[in-house]
Design a protein around this ligand. Sequence first.
Ligand SMILES: [Zn+2]
Ligand SMILES: [Zn+2]
Length: 396
Amino acid sequence: MTDYLAHAQTLAPQMVAWRRDFHQHPELGFHEVRTAGIVAHYLQTLGIETRSGVGKTGVVGLIEGAAPGPVILLRFDMDALPVQEATGLPFASVYDGVMHACGHDAHTAIGMGVAALLAATAGSWPGRVKLLFQPAEEGLGGAAATIHDGVLVDPAPQAAFGLHLWNPYPSGHVYVQSGPIMAAADRFTIVISGRGGHGALPHTTVDAVHVAAQAVNALHTIVSRNLPPYEAAVLTVGSIQAGVAFNVIAEQAILTGTLRSFNPEVRSQMIRRMEEVLGGICAAHGASSTLTLADYTPAVDNDPQVTKWASSAAASLAPASRLGHEKPLMVAEDFAEIAGRVPSCYMLVGAAPAGGALGGHHSPHFDIDESTFPLAAALMADAAVRFLQQSAASHP
Ligand SMILES: [Zn+2]
Ligand SMILES: [Zn+2]
Protein backbone atom coordinates (compact mmCIF):
# COMPACT_ATOMS: atom_id res chain seq x y z
CA MET A 1 0.00 0.00 0.00
CA THR A 2 1.04 3.57 -0.61
CA ASP A 3 1.99 5.40 2.57
CA TYR A 4 -0.93 7.80 2.53
CA LEU A 5 -0.12 9.14 5.98
CA ALA A 6 3.37 10.26 4.98
CA HIS A 7 2.00 11.93 1.86
CA ALA A 8 -0.84 13.52 3.86
CA GLN A 9 1.71 14.96 6.33
CA THR A 10 3.25 16.93 3.48
CA LEU A 11 -0.20 18.39 2.72
CA ALA A 12 -0.81 19.40 6.35
CA PRO A 13 0.11 23.12 6.01
CA GLN A 14 -2.10 23.39 2.92
CA MET A 15 -5.07 21.66 4.61
CA VAL A 16 -4.72 23.95 7.65
CA ALA A 17 -4.62 27.02 5.40
CA TRP A 18 -7.78 25.88 3.56
CA ARG A 19 -9.54 25.13 6.82
CA ARG A 20 -8.72 28.54 8.30
CA ASP A 21 -9.91 30.28 5.15
CA PHE A 22 -13.21 28.34 5.23
CA HIS A 23 -13.48 28.98 8.96
CA GLN A 24 -13.09 32.72 8.43
CA HIS A 25 -15.69 32.69 5.63
CA PRO A 26 -18.42 30.27 6.81
CA GLU A 27 -21.52 29.74 4.70
CA LEU A 28 -24.87 28.34 5.81
CA GLY A 29 -26.44 25.26 4.18
CA PHE A 30 -27.28 25.65 0.47
CA HIS A 31 -25.31 28.93 0.43
CA GLU A 32 -21.81 27.36 0.22
CA VAL A 33 -21.04 29.27 -2.99
CA ARG A 34 -17.57 30.56 -2.11
CA THR A 35 -16.56 27.27 -0.47
CA ALA A 36 -17.84 25.18 -3.39
CA GLY A 37 -16.05 27.48 -5.84
CA ILE A 38 -12.71 26.95 -4.09
CA VAL A 39 -13.26 23.18 -3.95
CA ALA A 40 -14.29 22.90 -7.61
CA HIS A 41 -11.37 25.04 -8.76
CA TYR A 42 -8.90 22.93 -6.80
CA LEU A 43 -10.31 19.63 -8.11
CA GLN A 44 -9.97 20.97 -11.64
CA THR A 45 -6.33 21.94 -11.06
CA LEU A 46 -5.76 18.29 -10.08
CA GLY A 47 -7.25 17.24 -13.42
CA ILE A 48 -10.33 15.72 -11.76
CA GLU A 49 -13.60 15.66 -13.69
CA THR A 50 -15.77 18.04 -11.63
CA ARG A 51 -19.47 18.79 -11.48
CA SER A 52 -20.80 21.79 -9.52
CA GLY A 53 -24.30 22.73 -8.46
CA VAL A 54 -25.13 19.19 -7.28
CA GLY A 55 -27.94 19.48 -4.72
CA LYS A 56 -27.80 23.27 -5.29
CA THR A 57 -24.29 23.99 -3.94
CA GLY A 58 -22.56 20.60 -3.82
CA VAL A 59 -19.48 19.58 -5.80
CA VAL A 60 -18.76 16.10 -7.15
CA GLY A 61 -15.36 15.00 -8.44
CA LEU A 62 -14.67 11.72 -10.21
CA ILE A 63 -11.14 10.28 -10.14
CA GLU A 64 -10.47 7.53 -12.68
CA GLY A 65 -8.18 4.72 -11.59
CA ALA A 66 -5.83 2.69 -13.75
CA ALA A 67 -8.35 0.03 -14.79
CA PRO A 68 -12.12 -0.54 -14.85
CA GLY A 69 -13.52 -1.58 -11.47
CA PRO A 70 -15.82 -0.65 -8.64
CA VAL A 71 -16.85 2.84 -7.57
CA ILE A 72 -16.43 4.23 -4.05
CA LEU A 73 -18.10 7.40 -2.75
CA LEU A 74 -16.29 9.60 -0.22
CA ARG A 75 -18.45 12.26 1.35
CA PHE A 76 -17.40 15.53 3.04
CA ASP A 77 -19.83 18.20 4.30
CA MET A 78 -19.23 21.93 3.84
CA ASP A 79 -21.89 23.96 5.71
CA ALA A 80 -21.64 26.22 8.76
CA LEU A 81 -24.17 27.00 11.51
CA PRO A 82 -26.16 30.06 12.60
CA VAL A 83 -23.94 30.55 15.68
CA GLN A 84 -22.15 33.73 16.78
CA GLU A 85 -18.49 32.75 17.12
CA ALA A 86 -16.84 33.46 20.48
CA THR A 87 -13.51 31.65 20.09
CA GLY A 88 -11.36 34.75 19.66
CA LEU A 89 -9.26 32.82 17.12
CA PRO A 90 -7.23 34.95 14.71
CA PHE A 91 -9.14 33.29 11.86
CA ALA A 92 -12.58 33.60 13.51
CA SER A 93 -15.63 34.09 11.31
CA VAL A 94 -15.85 37.50 9.67
CA TYR A 95 -19.63 37.08 9.30
CA ASP A 96 -21.99 37.97 12.12
CA GLY A 97 -24.04 35.04 13.36
CA VAL A 98 -22.45 32.39 11.12
CA MET A 99 -19.76 30.01 12.32
CA HIS A 100 -18.14 26.71 11.44
CA ALA A 101 -19.11 25.29 14.84
CA CYS A 102 -19.21 21.63 13.80
CA GLY A 103 -15.90 21.25 11.97
CA HIS A 104 -17.25 21.02 8.43
CA ASP A 105 -14.58 23.58 7.46
CA ALA A 106 -12.05 20.92 8.45
CA HIS A 107 -13.96 18.20 6.58
CA THR A 108 -13.87 20.26 3.38
CA ALA A 109 -10.13 20.88 3.75
CA ILE A 110 -9.53 17.19 4.47
CA GLY A 111 -11.60 16.24 1.41
CA MET A 112 -9.40 18.46 -0.76
CA GLY A 113 -6.39 16.71 0.76
CA VAL A 114 -7.94 13.33 -0.06
CA ALA A 115 -8.46 14.51 -3.65
CA ALA A 116 -4.74 15.32 -3.88
CA LEU A 117 -3.72 11.98 -2.34
CA LEU A 118 -5.89 9.91 -4.66
CA ALA A 119 -5.20 11.93 -7.82
CA ALA A 120 -1.49 11.31 -7.19
CA THR A 121 -1.92 7.53 -6.92
CA ALA A 122 -4.68 6.96 -9.48
CA GLY A 123 -2.28 4.94 -11.65
CA SER A 124 -1.99 2.30 -8.92
CA TRP A 125 -5.59 1.32 -8.20
CA PRO A 126 -8.61 0.11 -10.21
CA GLY A 127 -12.08 1.59 -10.38
CA ARG A 128 -13.20 5.12 -9.64
CA VAL A 129 -13.46 7.41 -6.62
CA LYS A 130 -16.40 9.76 -6.40
CA LEU A 131 -15.76 12.70 -4.07
CA LEU A 132 -18.89 14.38 -2.77
CA PHE A 133 -18.55 17.81 -1.14
CA GLN A 134 -22.05 17.98 0.28
CA PRO A 135 -24.00 21.11 1.18
CA ALA A 136 -26.43 21.64 4.03
CA GLU A 137 -25.78 18.75 6.41
CA GLU A 138 -27.11 20.61 9.45
CA GLY A 139 -30.74 19.51 9.34
CA LEU A 140 -31.42 21.06 5.94
CA GLY A 141 -31.54 17.97 3.73
CA GLY A 142 -28.31 18.43 1.79
CA ALA A 143 -27.59 14.71 1.36
CA ALA A 144 -31.08 14.06 0.00
CA ALA A 145 -30.70 17.01 -2.38
CA THR A 146 -27.47 15.59 -3.84
CA ILE A 147 -29.10 12.15 -4.19
CA HIS A 148 -32.02 13.78 -5.98
CA ASP A 149 -29.44 15.37 -8.28
CA GLY A 150 -27.96 11.98 -9.16
CA VAL A 151 -24.91 11.60 -6.93
CA LEU A 152 -25.65 7.89 -6.47
CA VAL A 153 -25.95 7.12 -10.18
CA ASP A 154 -23.78 7.36 -13.30
CA PRO A 155 -21.61 5.85 -11.96
CA ALA A 156 -23.37 4.24 -8.98
CA PRO A 157 -21.05 3.66 -6.00
CA GLN A 158 -20.91 0.16 -4.47
CA ALA A 159 -19.82 1.53 -1.08
CA ALA A 160 -19.43 4.85 0.71
CA PHE A 161 -17.32 6.31 3.49
CA GLY A 162 -18.01 9.38 5.59
CA LEU A 163 -16.11 10.94 8.46
CA HIS A 164 -16.51 13.42 11.30
CA LEU A 165 -13.79 14.95 13.42
CA TRP A 166 -15.15 14.67 16.97
CA ASN A 167 -13.77 17.08 19.53
CA PRO A 168 -14.99 15.35 22.72
CA TYR A 169 -12.76 12.38 21.80
CA PRO A 170 -8.97 12.39 22.30
CA SER A 171 -6.99 13.75 19.41
CA GLY A 172 -5.67 11.19 16.95
CA HIS A 173 -7.90 8.35 18.10
CA VAL A 174 -9.92 6.61 15.38
CA TYR A 175 -13.37 5.09 15.91
CA VAL A 176 -14.51 2.59 13.29
CA GLN A 177 -17.26 0.14 14.22
CA SER A 178 -20.09 -1.69 12.52
CA GLY A 179 -23.74 -1.26 13.44
CA PRO A 180 -25.56 1.89 14.57
CA ILE A 181 -23.28 4.88 15.03
CA MET A 182 -25.59 7.92 14.84
CA ALA A 183 -29.27 8.14 15.75
CA ALA A 184 -32.44 8.70 13.79
CA ALA A 185 -33.96 12.13 14.45
CA ASP A 186 -37.43 13.63 14.12
CA ARG A 187 -38.45 17.21 14.82
CA PHE A 188 -41.91 17.48 16.38
CA THR A 189 -44.38 20.30 16.88
CA ILE A 190 -47.36 19.99 19.21
CA VAL A 191 -50.15 22.56 19.15
CA ILE A 192 -52.45 22.44 22.18
CA SER A 193 -55.67 24.37 21.73
CA GLY A 194 -57.83 25.41 24.68
CA ARG A 195 -60.11 28.38 25.28
CA GLY A 196 -58.56 31.64 26.44
CA GLY A 197 -60.07 34.11 28.84
CA HIS A 198 -59.69 36.24 31.97
CA GLY A 199 -56.96 35.17 34.37
CA ALA A 200 -59.38 35.57 37.27
CA LEU A 201 -62.08 33.37 35.71
CA PRO A 202 -60.37 30.03 35.04
CA HIS A 203 -63.66 28.14 35.27
CA THR A 204 -64.79 29.80 32.02
CA THR A 205 -61.65 28.76 30.10
CA VAL A 206 -59.56 25.79 29.01
CA ASP A 207 -56.05 26.79 30.08
CA ALA A 208 -53.53 25.81 27.39
CA VAL A 209 -50.56 26.56 29.73
CA HIS A 210 -51.87 24.14 32.33
CA VAL A 211 -52.54 21.43 29.75
CA ALA A 212 -49.08 21.95 28.21
CA ALA A 213 -47.41 21.59 31.61
CA GLN A 214 -49.13 18.25 32.18
CA ALA A 215 -48.34 17.15 28.62
CA VAL A 216 -44.60 17.81 29.10
CA ASN A 217 -44.54 15.71 32.27
CA ALA A 218 -46.51 12.91 30.68
CA LEU A 219 -44.42 12.89 27.48
CA HIS A 220 -41.33 12.32 29.61
CA THR A 221 -42.77 9.03 30.83
CA ILE A 222 -42.67 7.55 27.32
CA VAL A 223 -38.92 6.83 27.40
CA SER A 224 -38.85 5.96 31.11
CA ARG A 225 -42.08 3.89 31.34
CA ASN A 226 -43.04 2.64 27.87
CA LEU A 227 -39.81 1.74 26.09
CA PRO A 228 -37.78 -1.33 26.99
CA PRO A 229 -34.91 -0.12 29.20
CA TYR A 230 -32.28 -1.63 26.87
CA GLU A 231 -33.43 0.52 23.92
CA ALA A 232 -31.68 3.88 23.49
CA ALA A 233 -34.05 6.78 22.83
CA VAL A 234 -34.48 10.46 23.62
CA LEU A 235 -37.58 12.64 23.77
CA THR A 236 -36.70 16.28 24.39
CA VAL A 237 -39.22 19.12 24.58
CA GLY A 238 -37.01 22.03 23.56
CA SER A 239 -39.44 24.93 23.52
CA ILE A 240 -42.83 26.00 24.83
CA GLN A 241 -44.57 29.12 23.61
CA ALA A 242 -47.83 30.13 25.22
CA GLY A 243 -49.56 33.17 26.63
CA VAL A 244 -49.19 36.90 26.16
CA ALA A 245 -49.99 38.53 29.52
CA PHE A 246 -49.96 37.77 33.25
CA ASN A 247 -53.72 38.09 33.62
CA VAL A 248 -54.85 36.32 30.45
CA ILE A 249 -55.36 32.57 30.24
CA ALA A 250 -53.67 31.29 27.11
CA GLU A 251 -55.75 29.83 24.33
CA GLN A 252 -52.88 27.99 22.67
CA ALA A 253 -49.54 26.42 23.54
CA ILE A 254 -46.94 25.34 20.99
CA LEU A 255 -44.31 22.81 22.00
CA THR A 256 -41.38 21.77 19.82
CA GLY A 257 -38.81 19.08 20.39
CA THR A 258 -36.81 16.20 19.03
CA LEU A 259 -37.01 12.40 19.05
CA ARG A 260 -33.89 10.25 18.76
CA SER A 261 -33.78 6.50 18.27
CA PHE A 262 -31.92 3.66 16.55
CA ASN A 263 -34.62 1.04 16.20
CA PRO A 264 -37.47 1.93 13.78
CA GLU A 265 -39.95 0.03 15.99
CA VAL A 266 -38.94 2.15 18.97
CA ARG A 267 -39.50 5.27 16.90
CA SER A 268 -42.99 4.10 15.87
CA GLN A 269 -43.81 3.24 19.47
CA MET A 270 -42.71 6.70 20.68
CA ILE A 271 -44.86 8.43 18.07
CA ARG A 272 -47.87 6.26 18.86
CA ARG A 273 -47.51 6.89 22.60
CA MET A 274 -47.13 10.64 22.03
CA GLU A 275 -50.47 10.65 20.23
CA GLU A 276 -52.12 8.58 22.99
CA VAL A 277 -50.68 10.67 25.82
CA LEU A 278 -51.60 13.98 24.19
CA GLY A 279 -55.07 12.69 23.31
CA GLY A 280 -55.69 11.52 26.88
CA ILE A 281 -54.41 14.66 28.61
CA CYS A 282 -56.30 16.96 26.27
CA ALA A 283 -59.51 14.94 26.61
CA ALA A 284 -59.26 15.17 30.39
CA HIS A 285 -59.24 18.97 30.19
CA GLY A 286 -61.47 19.68 27.20
CA ALA A 287 -58.54 20.76 25.04
CA SER A 288 -57.38 19.39 21.69
CA SER A 289 -53.97 18.89 20.13
CA THR A 290 -52.13 18.20 16.91
CA LEU A 291 -48.78 16.45 16.59
CA THR A 292 -46.67 17.11 13.50
CA LEU A 293 -43.37 15.38 12.69
CA ALA A 294 -40.81 16.80 10.25
CA ASP A 295 -37.21 16.53 9.04
CA TYR A 296 -36.87 12.80 9.66
CA THR A 297 -33.26 11.62 9.38
CA PRO A 298 -32.69 7.86 9.60
CA ALA A 299 -30.01 6.35 11.83
CA VAL A 300 -26.54 5.73 10.41
CA ASP A 301 -25.97 1.98 10.48
CA ASN A 302 -22.45 0.93 9.46
CA ASP A 303 -22.29 -2.06 7.11
CA PRO A 304 -20.10 -4.84 8.60
CA GLN A 305 -18.23 -5.62 5.36
CA VAL A 306 -17.53 -1.99 4.41
CA THR A 307 -16.49 -1.34 8.00
CA LYS A 308 -13.85 -4.08 7.69
CA TRP A 309 -12.05 -2.13 4.93
CA ALA A 310 -12.17 1.03 7.04
CA SER A 311 -10.95 -0.88 10.12
CA SER A 312 -7.99 -2.33 8.27
CA ALA A 313 -7.10 1.16 7.01
CA ALA A 314 -7.36 2.54 10.55
CA ALA A 315 -5.20 -0.28 11.93
CA SER A 316 -2.50 0.47 9.37
CA LEU A 317 -2.46 4.20 10.22
CA ALA A 318 -2.81 4.36 14.00
CA PRO A 319 -1.39 2.24 16.84
CA ALA A 320 -3.83 -0.16 18.51
CA SER A 321 -3.92 2.08 21.59
CA ARG A 322 -5.56 4.76 19.44
CA LEU A 323 -8.24 2.57 17.87
CA GLY A 324 -11.41 3.12 19.86
CA HIS A 325 -14.92 1.80 20.13
CA GLU A 326 -17.59 4.04 21.60
CA LYS A 327 -21.29 3.98 22.32
CA PRO A 328 -23.36 5.20 19.34
CA LEU A 329 -24.03 8.95 19.42
CA MET A 330 -27.57 10.27 19.83
CA VAL A 331 -26.82 13.08 17.37
CA ALA A 332 -28.06 12.67 13.80
CA GLU A 333 -26.08 12.86 10.58
CA ASP A 334 -27.64 13.06 7.14
CA PHE A 335 -24.95 10.73 5.76
CA ALA A 336 -27.73 8.29 6.77
CA GLU A 337 -29.48 9.12 3.48
CA ILE A 338 -26.46 7.68 1.65
CA ALA A 339 -25.87 4.82 4.12
CA GLY A 340 -29.52 3.77 3.70
CA ARG A 341 -28.96 3.24 -0.04
CA VAL A 342 -25.30 2.20 -0.33
CA PRO A 343 -23.38 -0.08 2.08
CA SER A 344 -21.39 2.44 4.09
CA CYS A 345 -19.12 3.14 6.99
CA TYR A 346 -19.12 6.40 8.94
CA MET A 347 -15.95 7.00 10.94
CA LEU A 348 -15.04 9.34 13.76
CA VAL A 349 -11.60 10.80 14.37
CA GLY A 350 -11.01 12.24 17.84
CA ALA A 351 -9.93 15.88 17.56
CA ALA A 352 -9.94 17.45 21.04
CA PRO A 353 -7.81 20.61 20.96
CA ALA A 354 -4.67 20.71 23.13
CA GLY A 355 -5.68 21.49 26.71
CA GLY A 356 -9.24 20.28 26.11
CA ALA A 357 -12.14 21.77 24.19
CA LEU A 358 -13.69 24.99 25.49
CA GLY A 359 -16.89 24.07 23.70
CA GLY A 360 -18.35 21.01 22.02
CA HIS A 361 -19.92 20.77 18.58
CA HIS A 362 -22.37 23.62 17.84
CA SER A 363 -20.93 25.71 20.71
CA PRO A 364 -19.75 29.31 20.05
CA HIS A 365 -16.44 28.21 21.63
CA PHE A 366 -16.02 25.16 19.39
CA ASP A 367 -12.55 24.39 18.09
CA ILE A 368 -10.77 21.38 16.70
CA ASP A 369 -7.22 19.99 16.67
CA GLU A 370 -5.82 20.69 13.21
CA SER A 371 -2.98 18.19 13.68
CA THR A 372 -5.55 15.42 13.01
CA PHE A 373 -6.05 16.43 9.36
CA PRO A 374 -3.34 14.19 7.84
CA LEU A 375 -4.64 11.16 9.75
CA ALA A 376 -8.22 11.84 8.69
CA ALA A 377 -7.26 12.38 5.05
CA ALA A 378 -5.06 9.26 4.97
CA LEU A 379 -7.84 7.23 6.59
CA MET A 380 -10.34 8.12 3.86
CA ALA A 381 -7.83 7.61 1.02
CA ASP A 382 -6.46 4.36 2.40
CA ALA A 383 -9.92 2.91 3.13
CA ALA A 384 -11.09 3.83 -0.37
CA VAL A 385 -8.12 2.16 -2.07
CA ARG A 386 -8.42 -0.96 0.09
CA PHE A 387 -12.06 -1.25 -0.97
CA LEU A 388 -11.26 -0.73 -4.66
CA GLN A 389 -8.33 -3.17 -4.76
CA GLN A 390 -9.94 -5.91 -2.71
CA SER A 391 -13.40 -5.82 -4.24
CA ALA A 392 -11.88 -5.65 -7.75
CA ALA A 393 -9.76 -8.71 -6.88
CA SER A 394 -12.77 -10.68 -5.59
CA HIS A 395 -15.06 -9.68 -8.52
CA PRO A 396 -12.70 -9.42 -11.50
ZN1 LIG B 1 -23.26 19.60 13.42
ZN1 LIG C 1 -21.24 17.96 11.75
